[in-house]
Write a protein that binds this ligand. Structure first.
Ligand SMILES: CCCCCCCCCCCCC/C=C/C(=O)SCCNC(=O)CCNC(=O)[C@H](O)C(C)(C)COP(=O)(O)OP(=O)(O)OC[C@H]1O[C@@H](n2cnc3c(N)ncnc32)[C@H](O)[C@@H]1OP(=O)(O)O
Length: 289
């Protein structure tokens, strides 16, 4: 069996120590918001998002995620599981502070990092699974739908709620959503900015399974990844590619245009105003709790 040696991780207190003695995690100083562990026995990598309070996806987190995804593939891991160190939020999606009153160079790097991370995840050669142990709005849903399998804990929400913030879900957000949800359900939900409860998401096929604990969710993901054990990885990867190449090529060819559309939209005064009001509302709600 391949023993994986190159892994990234950070030591942080919010994640309880794993009892699994075969899980290997090495610290690298550059990993600030993620833990990356590989189980030596199963060869499965787990990427844990750890940017309290809500794992909002900023430039640094997106860059770390991409590096971990690359490591998992380079080291020929058997599969990759994405989960969160929080008990209530998988990820709150893109960090709104990256897009609200942004600095020119940073916001460009931010969007480029998001594109790169998504292409790496969506196009990953190895099996990918999301253990959604908390809310997954917008960018959180994007990460989940980029994976091949999703399992979610009860009483959380998931969906593309961009229109409610006054922004637009880009085409590649929508196309990944359309892979898992019927077109009519998708159109209605995304235009309404609907966040599905776990039960609703399961009902429409946005998530594949519902379990009660994070441990069960990880076990389900491992089971999914294990289901490929008798399949030739090369044949599997090429077959997966056939399903996903169109969206990947589209974004690859249109990266600059996509960036310019993004910048043009978020820099509109009305969009900045809507985002400001939304952020204010989040902060007020947070203070009341
Ligand atoms: C013509 C065609 C054109 C096409 C053009 C396309 C162009 C592209 C346009 C742009 C596309 C952008 C796509 C955007 C994607 C996104 O992901 S946007 C982000 C969407 N996310 C949300 O709406 C989630 C907001 N957050 C919440 O609902 C809640 O926080 C939660 C996730 C349900 C968790 O709740 P709770 O645990 O109660 O935490 P809170 O108290 O609410 O929050 C704690 C603090 O965190 C701050 N915060 C929350 N979410 C974010 C966030 N996404 N970004 C930044 N900050 C966030 C919140 O304000 C609190 O802060 P403090 O008050 O300072 O503690």
């Amino acid at each position: 069996m391949n023993i994986i040696r190159t892994v990234r991780s950070v030591a942080f207190s919010s994640i309880p120590n794993r009892t699994l003695s075969t899980t290997r995690s090495l610290s690298t100083p550059s990993a600030q918001y993620t833990a990356f562990e590989v189980n030596d026995k199963t060869g499965i990598a787990t990427l844990t998002l750890n940017r309290p309070p809500v794992n909002s996806l900023n430039l640094e987190l997106l860059t770390e995620m991409r590096n971990c995804l690359k490591d998992a593939e380079t080291n020929k891991c058997k599969g990759l599981i994405i989960t969160s160190s929080s008990n209530s939020v998988f990820t709150a999606g893109l960090d709104l502070l990256e897009m609200y009153q942004p600095q020119d160079e940073r916001v460009k790097s931010f969007w480029t990092a998001l594109q790169s991370m998504w292409m790496e995840l969506y196009g990953s050669k190895i099996p990918t699974a999301a253990a959604i142990n908390g809310h997954a709005p917008a960018g959180g849903c994007l990460i989940a739908t980029a994976c091949e399998y999703r399992v979610m804990l009860p009483n959380f929400t998931i969906g593309l709620n961009e229109t409610l913030i006054g922004i637009v879900a880009p085409k590649w957000f929508v196309s990944a959503f359309l892979n898992v949800v019927p077109r009519r359900v998708a159109e209605q939900a995304i235009t309404q900015g609907k966040l599905f409860t776990t039960a609703e998401a399961h009902n429409v096929g946005l998530v594949d399974d519902v379990v009660n604990t994070k441990e069960e969710a990880i076990a389900k993901c491992e089971q999914f990844i294990g289901s490929f054990k008798n399949v030739n990885p090369y044949a599997r990867a090429l077959t997966k590619q056939q399903f996903r190449i169109k969206e990947l090529q589209e974004l690859e060819q249109q990266r600059e245009k996509d960036l310019q559309i993004f910048l043009g939209l978020i820099m509109q005064p009305s969009v900045q105003k809507a985002m400001g009001i939304y952020l204010e509302g989040l902060k007020k709600k947070s203070k009341k709790q």
